[in-house]
Design a protein around this ligand. Structure first.
Ligand SMILES: Cc1cc2nc3c(=O)[nH]c(=O)nc-3n(C[C@H](O)[C@H](O)[C@H](O)COP(=O)(O)OP(=O)(O)OC[C@H]3O[C@@H](n4cnc5c(N)ncnc54)[C@H](O)[C@@H]3O)c2cc1C
Length: 378
């Protein structure tokens, strides 16, 4: 096994790091304060090929692999998890199913402009009554002449307030079995779809919505892959994205660690810089060890995706470890900064608020433990 990144992957990391320093870092604080996402960023990402990083060139992507996708995520989240979340919901959750199972026409109409950053996408799975238990989703799509009529609600949907279309999960048959769940590509705006913006404590610059759908007509051409029962695609999409969001968590942990390290080297209390106190040095040592462990697990998970051997339990382990690491490390960073850790002038509080989102979003830590425990065949 090779433990180094390729020259191409290192060059990609440099490019993204420079982009984040120039385009994301200057906007991160203001976007967090105003809770608005600068939508022109999607165009920039599209022009740089960053939306299509893990898609093959024959499909219009940049032709990198999942390891590279994780490098991009880590670098973005090191600076702003909110922007990385908008990117992730669009570049993976919403369009991966289209790449994987869409018809040629759907790829042309939805996937290609989304890769270019010309159209913004959201992924509508969670509902007011259905978060962790997605098999029980209630949004109903009823077959009618030429298409489907959809009725239901979706909650906590990233990018919904700024989206041009939603990849939406709905039940195409009344049975509660998973094969009765299908995906639809819903064009926005539509008078039958009402979207309200939610106020949040974490990833505030990523816009999140509550969606009410009342008697929406969707033509047959917008049923993903032209077939009902695409629930397995949703599961595959979530599993792979768990490795992706784990890379985001690794980025948040690194961002918080870097701030804490700089502070510990510069802040003088008494006769020395605080890093010289063993209590602070040990915190930083634990943080460094935690990050190292998460790093190897994340890139192992990405490698398994690239080998085509990722299983649900491995994806769950990767996500659980990385998200809890980000939460722990960002909390320790706040403690190391003392009062400054509570001030918005430093981003450690933002990293911690954002890290909290990721022990919940994309499947809570409890759900990851359920998946891992199931695999232990207790
Ligand atoms: C900022 C943000 C952005 C999001 N973006 C999207 C998006 O773009 N698209 C989308 O579809 N969804 C999105 N989500 C939804 C997210 O995936 C859900 O919030 C998450 O799956 C948890 O569902 P819930 O909030 O309904 O919690 P619930 O399912 O109500 O869970 C509440 C608590 O009960 C625990 N629990 C539930 N079931 C079990 C069980 N079987 N065993 C043990 N514990 C259990 C949970 O772990 C949790 O602690 C987003 C959420 C947030 C916060």
């Amino acid at each position: 096994m090779d433990f180094t990144f390729s020259a191409e992957q290192n060059a990609l990391r440099d490019t993204v790091r420079k982009f984040c320093a120039a385009e994301i870092a200057p906007r991160a604080r203001a976007a967090d304060d105003s809770e608005t996402f600068p939508r022109e960023l999607f165009r920039h990402w599209g022009e740089l090929g960053l939306i299509g990083v893990r898609y093959p060139e024959v499909d219009g992507g940049s032709g990198f692999d999942k390891v590279s996708d994780c490098i991009v995520r880590e670098e973005m989240s090191r600076v702003s998890q909110a922007f990385a979340s908008a990117w992730s919901a669009h570049s993976h959750l919403a369009i991966w199913p289209i790449w994987r199972a869409g018809t040629a026409e759907q790829k042309q109409r939805f996937f290609a402009p989304a890769l270019a950053g010309e159209r913004i996408a959201a992924f509508g799975l969670s509902e007011p009554d259905v978060g962790s238990n997605i098999r029980a989703l209630k949004t109903r799509a009823t077959k009618v002449a030429g298409g489907y009529r959809i009725q239901g609600s979706k909650l906590y949907i990233t990018n919904a307030p700024i989206a041009d279309f939603i990849t939406l999960a709905a039940r195409t048959r009344p049975e509660t079995t998973p094969d009765a769940i299908s995906l639809f590509l819903v064009e926005l705006p539509d008078p039958a779809v009402r979207i309200s913006r939610l106020d949040k404590e974490g990833i505030r610059a990523s816009e999140t919505g509550l969606i009410h759908i009342e008697d929406l007509f969707v033509p047959d051409a917008c049923l993903l892959g032209g077939r009902e029962g695409t629930y397995p695609i949703i599961l595959e999409c979530l599993s792979e994205n768990r490795v992706g969001v784990a890379a985001n968590c690794l980025g948040m942990a690194r961002g918080a660690m870097e701030v804490a390290l700089t502070y510990a080297r510069e802040r003088v209390v008494g006769d020395r810089t605080i890093g010289k106190y063993q209590a602070i040095a040990h915190k930083l040592a634990d943080m460094a060890a935690d990050i190292e462990a998460a790093h190897w697990l994340v890139y192992y998970g990405a490698w398994r995706v690239d080998q085509g051997t990722l299983d649900a339990a491995t994806a769950a382990k990767v996500k659980l470890v990385a998200s809890e690491t980000a939460l722990r490390v960002s909390e320790q960073a706040i403690r190391i900064l003392g009062g400054a850790g509570i001030m918005r002038e430093y981003p450690v509080g933002r990293f911690h608020r954002d890290a909290l989102v990721y022990v919940i979003g994309e499947g809570t830590s409890e759900i990851q433990r359920n998946i891992i425990a199931r695999d232990l065949k207790l």
